[in-house]
Design a protein around this ligand. Structure first.
Ligand SMILES: [Zn+2]
Length: 49
């Protein structure tokens, strides 16, 4: 299990919608810190965005 780079909290995989630069993407799988809610995206998602 990876840990958050910001706070060292646990990162959990979640499915949800994300809004980036005014564009909303639904049903996106990403990882979110349970402590500070920092969101992490994998490389494929980053390219897509
Ligand atoms: Zn965190």
């Amino acid at each position: 299990m990876e840990k958050c780079h910001q706070c060292g909290g646990l990162i959990k995989k979640v499915v949800g919608s994300v809004t980036l630069e005014g564009i909303t993407i639904n049903d996106l799988v990403f990882e979110e810190c349970q402590q500070c809610h920092e969101q992490y995206f994998d490389e494929k998602t980053s390219i897509f965005i």
